[in-house]
Design a protein around this ligand. Structure first.
Ligand code: ADP
Ligand code: MG
Length: 280
């Protein structure tokens, strides 16, 4: 069933001198088994939405539906807890949330906290660590002895150990080198192919084009566009006026069009571009 936001507003620290409105009347749907991207400038409200998707925040106004559970400003802990299990949220720089003394204990913490026995939780942890490419020799190390990229993967394993149906990733590859970035994007692609719904916040338009099947564009707390990446990225001038840009190949093709070539629609991936050249 996925997630639906209906007339959602979010205000930080409402009723205090520090009150700040972050989201304005957001209406959108994240379809089950989709790979949905969110793009927008810093401060546009992307992280605020991600925290609403898993019940970490509740809307100030409006409703967030997760499957058949409705979350509103007056929701009870029981509903919020079941949303937290269904929707796994990987924060920006998730490694900063590691805290246990070993890698294995850290990943097993979530399922244990949700009622799994110690041995079931550790089995799950081993399985998810293997999935993210952390080898057994690291299981009993202190997480802080690992490299940055390894710590990031341990943190992601910790979320996967909760066995969510929906995985929400807030700029999951920020600060990683190209190899680490590729490995993580491949992992998310595999999870998606196995049936998990993926929600990705990114500023990399090529990742949106290469992986996502839906994209939402936010600006100053409002949803300004949403649709398929192939359609959204036709709006080169609009996106550039918002300083968001388009995939590299789309920009390249757009420049050729300006010089008189006929390429319509604009390609968003290299594969589409080479097809357009063959048949153009
Ligand atoms: P993004 O992830 O797109 O950069 P955020 O969702 O983090 O945007 O922020 C949206 C708006 O909410 C910004 O104006 C930001 O300053 C504000 N904001 C974010 N977190 C807090 C907070 N904890 N307290 C008060 N304001 C916040
Ligand atoms: Mg953010």
């Amino acid at each position: 069933m996925g997630i639906t936001l209906q007339n959602v507003d979010y205000t930080y620290q409402e009723g205090t001198p520090f009150e700040g409105r972050a989201l304005f009347d957001i209406n959108l749907a994240i379809t089950d088994t989709s790979y949905t991207a969110f793009i927008g400038h810093t401060g546009s409200g992307k992280s605020t939405i991600m925290q609403l998707l898993n019940g970490l925040n509740v809307p100030t106004k409006g409703t967030v539906f997760v499957d058949d559970i409705a979350i509103t400003s007056v929701s009870k802990n029981k509903d919020i807890k079941s949303v937290r299990q269904k929707v796994g949220l990987v924060f920006q720089f998730p490694e900063s949330q590691l805290f246990e003394e070993t890698v294995l204990k850290d990943v097993a913490f979530g399922p244990q906290n949700f009622g799994a026995s110690k041995s079931d939780a550790e089995n799950l942890a081993r399985q998810k660590l293997a999935l993210v490419g952390i080898t057994e020799d690291l299981f009993h190390k202190n997480p802080f002895e690992l490299s940055g990229g390894q710590m990031r993967r341990v943190a992601i394993a910790g979320i996967l150990a909760m066995e969510p149906n929906i995985l929400v990733l807030d700029e999951p590859t920020a600060g990683l080198d190209p190899k680490g970035r590729r490995e993580l994007m491949t992992l998310f692609k595999t999870l998606h192919q196995e049936g998990m719904t993926i929600v990705l916040v990114t500023h990399l338009m090529d990742d949106v084009a290469n992986y996502a099947d839906a994209v939402n564009v936010l600006e100053a707390g409002k949803l300004v566009m949403s649709g398929k990446p192939a359609d959204i990225f036709q709006q080169v001038d609009f996106l550039e006026s918002k300083q968001l840009g388009v995939p590299k190949i789309t920009k390249f093709a757009h420049n050729l069009v300006k010089r008189g070539l006929d390429i319509n629609p604009l390609p968003i991936t290299i594969e589409e571009f080479s097809e357009a050249l063959k048949h153009g």
